[in-house]
Design a protein around this ligand. Structure first.
Ligand code: MV4
Length: 456
């Protein structure tokens, strides 16, 4: 087993990794920017190294500084958390060249899944359902027109180098396809240095359902069930839950098997997530694979009784998975992402936290790095806490979430707590009747202002 792990991240996930290391008896090294000198991950790690100024590009993305920090402190492995360098295949390779173990999937799997068009082809070849569309990146606008005519409108153009909703375009009819293809390609080239675009039939109102998978270094791949992540805004997830209210046991089995098949075909090890779109008629299609531990991993931990971060470390150290092929959820868990942001405009709200009283009690978990008097720096994402509730069933998990949101006091900055309180009261949410368009509908029907002069 590793003796010392460098945590190449900040915020709640850095703390989460430190927790797992402590339980495994592994020493930790925190790295931090000058803006994070007062952070809990710095205070709670056994050692800390400052790796640069506040901008991520100069600190948390600074490969040379991070490797130097690992060498100076004698760390033997690096955990990347999520974001920053977590899906950077070149970083994983450099670590291995420096005799540092990478706590993540093989660089080739990261590269394969990072190319969304190749990932789609790999899925199709592994027998995993994909939406009708292009097998290869589109050659030109005429190629786009030919494929679109085959699959039928509406279609969606996606950047091979994109993902997570970046570089997507929905096209309703043939007349605008060529111009949309050209702009999508130019934008992708500018944003990712790669203009290649692929095309799929567009599903109008799907659910986003993802499977947690895990592979060890001996070719064994298992799944730990699904998460329903349909409640998102601008491709930022707001609420995740496990299990999905939409899946039958039969569908869960088929989707789980598909996820495992894809991971096995990719030579995958460590933690990963296979994302699917689930149509109203019960058909499911591969969307993307994320080659990291995800923000929403706690809902899976809670319903499967596992510690996924510990498992990442154990598997990276060469231990065999001793879990069953497919874990079944017990009870129900919901996660609300609490962001420091304005509840109406969604603008970030950095600044000093004046009061901080996180909730506790039965069925509540709070993953957070903030504390009273903590200053939220403006340089990073606005997640300040993950509030996770669990219960015997969805109803109990919702009731506990409502109670926990009511008793979560944060003063000094705006937070998304009021938004989550409103969603918990929504009748469609309570019925489990959600899709990727839930938030659009929800925000439109929720009046933020009473029109003056309307007179009741
Ligand atoms: C789709 C889709 C419907 N049909 N692909 C969004 C994030 C990225 N992972 C891919 N995404 C989608 N891909 C096909 N063929 C719907 C989404 C999607 C979405 C699209 C528009 C607006 C909000 C969305 C939220 C989740 C998923």
């Amino acid at each position: 087993m590793f003796k010392k792990i460098l945590v190449a991240n900040r915020g709640e996930i850095a703390l989460r990794v430190i927790h797992a290391c402590r339980e495994l008896g592994i020493k930790t090294v925190a790295v931090h920017s000058t803006a994070d000198a007062d952070s809990l991950h710095v205070a709670y790690a056994d050692e800390a190294v400052c790796i640069g100024p506040p901008p991520s590009a100069d600190s948390y993305l600074n490969v040379t500084s991070i490797i130097s920090a690992a060498e100076i402190t004698g760390a033997d492995a690096v955990h990347p958390g999520y974001g920053f360098l977590a899906e950077n295949a070149a970083f994983a390779e450099v670590l291995e060249e420096c005799q540092l173990e990478w706590i993540g999937p093989p660089p080739d799997s990261i590269r394969l899944m990072g190319d969304k068009s190749k990932a789609r082809r790999t899925a199709a070849e592994a027998g995993v359902p994909v939406l009708p569309g292009s097998r290869e990146p589109l050659a030109d606008a005429a190629d786009a027109a030919r494929v679109a005519a085959e699959v039928g409108f509406p279609v969606i153009l996606k950047a091979s180098a994109g993902g997570g909703g970046r570089g997507m375009r929905i096209v309703q009819e043939a007349g605008v396809l060529a111009s949309q293809f050209e702009t999508a390609s130019q934008e992708a080239l500018k944003a990712f240095g790669d203009g290649s675009i692929y095309l799929e039939r567009f599903l109008m109102d799907p659910r986003h359902i993802e499977f947690q998978i895990f592979g060890d270094k001996y070719g064994r791949v298992i799944h730990l069930g699904e998460r329903e992540c349909s409640i998102q805004r601008r491709h930022q997830k707001l609420i995740e839950e496990a299990p999905s209210p939409a899946l039958t046991e039969e569908l869960r089995q088929r989707m789980g098997e598909a996820a495992v098949q894809l991971a096995a075909a990719a030579g995958y090890t460590n933690a990963g997530t296979v994302e699917f779109l689930l149509d109203r008629d019960g058909s499911f299609y591969f969307m993307e694979m994320n080659t990291r531990i995800q923000v929403e991993h706690p809902v899976t931990e809670v319903v499967t009784g596992t510690d996924l971060v510990k498992l990442q470390i154990q598997v990276a150290a060469g231990e065999r998975l001793i879990l069953p092929d497919a874990l079944v959820a017990r009870g129900h868990a919901i996660e609300c992402r609490i962001n420091a942001e304005n509840a109406e405009t969604f603008n970030p709200s950095p600044g000093r936290i004046e009061t901080f009283h996180p909730p506790g009690g039965p069925g509540i978990r709070v993953d957070t790095h903030v504390y009273e008097d903590y200053f939220i720096p403006p340089h990073y994402d606005s997640l300040i806490a993950k509030l996770i509730s669990y219960g015997r069933d969805r109803e109990e998990a919702v009731a506990r979430m409502e109670r926990a949101l009511d008793f979560f006091v944060v003063d000094g900055v705006d937070t998304s707590i009021p938004l989550h309180q409103k969603i918990m009261r929504d009748s469609r949410f309570r019925a489990g009747n959600i899709s990727t368009h839930f938030m659009e509908r929800f925000l439109h029907k929720t009046p933020t202002k009473v029109t003056s002069g309307a007179g009741g």
